[in-house]
Design a protein around this ligand. Structure first.
Ligand code: ATP
Length: 615
């Protein structure tokens, strides 16, 4: 995306702030006018101090050519013809009053700009998060969580910085520059033209610096997100790190990432810091040159160019350095912000989950008959290898189908296709004969409850975790779900019962307790089809019994598709499907498959032998 396009897109978030923005533009105009007036009055001082015979000149009619003389007439009328006091006093009062009013308005304008930019940034952050929520699972497979956190937190903070510094200046400074240059033109067009010729040279140099800043900022932000990735990975895997005693290795990995970030930060700052001195030095050359050229003009007294005019011209020239410098600063700030915005917008442009909507909304029809896989082939996006080969599977309502097979056979993949975390490469998945690819995602997903291996719990209360689907969970349903999941006893022993906060990912609970909470959550959801990816981690006998009972309650009267690791679940399934390298190689009841003396029997015997050994 090209620079101006990105910036315009950044500004497009300002649409709702248009009335405030307009007010700010109006106030900026007043500020700039007062600024110009105070400079002008200041330029009168040499005349007052060094020309005792100065008096109000003849009345001059307004015309473009005569602005200088016209302004001088009114100024002298005020200064010399006023009743407030001596000309010196009147001039000082005028300078003081214009400065004070300008600063009061400037403060008000600042407050307005704070409101605008904070609202804009809030909008970008909301939109980004909303978009993240709608991105497909494949995005999260490919993107490190640290990178995502860094984008939402750091990149958007950079955009904030950029808008903050640029918003007011971008309106104010160009106006100021135009006004000052305008007056300079009115005083002496020839001299002002010299300034115009030299300003573009400055512009080219500033532009070059800006580009370089943007490149370096991009690299700096990249390093920062690497740093956050290391931190978040380490925090998630802290137990493994400690167990394997790789604290030093991990610390060194962090140090490397931190060092890389520092180096890139320094390189960015080097360029950012260069912007100001270069502009300043070049501007001073410009002033020196004009001092010489204009001074010579004033000394020779050519074309009515007086000493007073020259002093005023110089005051304005020096004053115009301030907006130039600010614009150079704005440039570096815009470039930094745009580097961040580029990443945020690239993310916002990623396509969201496909949700075609349908004539026959699954949410509106009851699930009455069956779920079916029809000749499904599947390869993970971006991977050449086909993971599922011609899988056909029929699950009638109310039945339990168990998927078994060795690790990597494709069991979890089958489960992930049901709620359309991924779409089949070919073939279809049908619910009551309707292709799920034609169903709206919310209606499809509301058919499923899930209890998975990694039972993700959230850092909120027990009750909020069980009633996860509702903003305000229904206490009686939470209680009933907890009771059916064999979780009531331990929950009541927690310090605050259902209101106890369970820590990030439920760290304050045991493995079995976490599983029972996840089962209670699925019970609360009460969806007609249960996807059960049983945990492989073994629990002690007592805990396993409680979890198994909870699962039995959950499976009762429900259609279940289970990846089973416990023999008991497999044995009682209505149908067992054996997967091998992504293909269904056997199907049938426990008895049928066991008697068939095939792969299932081998798997079963291995598990049985392991269980006997354990016993
Ligand atoms: P397990 O019992 O060990 O959980 P599984 O039978 O559930 O194994 P799957 O997780 O479905 O097996 O994996 C099937 C194949 O797909 C494996 O070869 C695996 O490497 C591959 N796979 C799984 N997830 C992804 C992914 N996100 N991207 C690419 N390939 C994947």
């Amino acid at each position: 995306m090209k620079g101006p396009k990105i910036y315009l897109r950044m500004l497009s978030y300002m649409r709702s702030q248009f009335p405030l923005l307009l007010t700010s533009v109006g106030l900026s105009f007043v500020i700039v006018s007062l600024d110009g007036a105070s400079m002008w009055f200041l330029g009168t001082l040499p005349q007052i101090l060094f020309n005792a015979h100065a008096q109000v000149p003849q009345w001059t009619a307004f015309s473009i050519k005569n602005i200088n003389a016209w302004l001088k007439f009114w100024t002298y009328s005020l200064v010399y013809g006023g009743t407030l006091g001596s000309p010196l006093m009147v001039t000082c009062i005028l300078v003081g009053v214009t400065f004070s009013i300008k600063n009061i308005i400037q403060y008000t304008n600042k407050l307005i700009s704070i409101t605008i930019h904070s609202t804009v940034v809030q909008g970008i952050r909301d939109t980004t998060y909303h978009h993240l929520m709608r991105l497909p699972v494949t995005y999260f497979d490919k993107t490190e969580s640290g990178r995502i956190v860094s984008m939402v937190v750091n990149d958007i903070a950079q955009i904030n910085n950029s808008i903050t510094t640029t918003l007011s200046s971008l309106i104010l400074e160009p106006m100021r520059l135009v006004l000052f240059i305008g007056i300079m033109l009115a005083i002496n067009a020839k001299l002002a033209l010299f300034v115009f010729v030299l300003y573009p040279v400055l512009g080219v140099i500033i532009g070059w610096i800006g580009k370089s800043i943007r490149r370096r900022s991009n690299r700096e932000l990249q390093s920062f997100s690497d740093l956050i990735s290391v931190i978040s990975e380490t925090m998630i895997g802290i137990r493994v790190i400690k167990m394997f005693r790789v604290e030093t290795k991990e610390t060194n990995r962090f140090k490397d990432a931190n060092l890389a970030y520092k180096n890139r930060y320094i390189r960015s700052e080097q360029m950012r810091s260069l912007a100001s001195p270069i502009t300043e030095t070049l501007s001073m050359y410009l002033v020196a040159f004009l001092l010489f050229f204009g001074g010579s003009l004033a000394l020779s007294g050519t074309a009515g160019f007086s000493g007073e005019d020259f002093v005023r011209f110089l005051i304005l020239l020096v004053a115009s350095y301030q907006p130039l410098k600010a614009l150079a600063g704005i440039n570096s700030s815009i470039q930094t912000g745009m580097a961040a915005a580029e990443r945020v917008f690239a993310n916002l442009d990623l396509p969201v989950e496909r949700d075609v909507g349908t004539e026959k909304d699954l949410g509106q029809i009851a699930f009455n008959e069956s779920v079916e896989f029809a000749h499904v082939n599947f390869a993970y996006p971006g991977c050449a290898e086909t993971v599922l080969h011609d899988v056909s599977l029929h699950v009638p309502k109310g039945r339990v189908v168990a998927l078994v097979g060795s690790s990597g056979a494709g069991k979890s993949t089958v489960l992930d296709l049901l709620p359309r975390f991924y779409d089949p490469t070919s073939g279809a998945i049908l619910v009551d004969g309707v292709d799920v690819a034609k169903a709206s995602l919310p209606s499809l997903r509301s058919l499923f409850g899930i209890v998975s291996q990694d039972n993700v719990l959230f850092n909120s209360s027990v009750s909020a975790n069980i009633g996860f689907t509702d903003v305000i969970p229904d206490p009686s349903r939470v209680q009933a779900a907890a009771a059916a999941a064999n979780a009531l006893e331990f929950i009541e022993k927690l310090p605050l019962g259902f209101d106890t906060i369970i820590g990030e990912r439920g760290v304050t609970l045991s493995g079995g307790q976490r599983q029972r909470l996840a089962i209670a959550r699925a019970l609360y959801r009460d969806a007609p089809i249960l996807i059960l990816d049983e945990a492989t981690s073994s629990l002690d006998t007592e805990s396993e019994k409680l979890v198994q009972e909870a699962i039995d309650h959950l499976m009762k009267d429900r259609t279940c598709i289970v990846v089973a690791h416990r023999l008991s679940t497999v044995r009682h399934a209505d149908r067992i499907v054996v997967l091998d390298k992504g293909k269904i190689i056997e199907q049938g009841t426990h008895q049928e498959l066991y008697s068939a003396n095939g792969r299932y029997k081998t798997l079963y015997d291995i598990q049985f032998a392991q269980n006997s050994e354990r016993a």
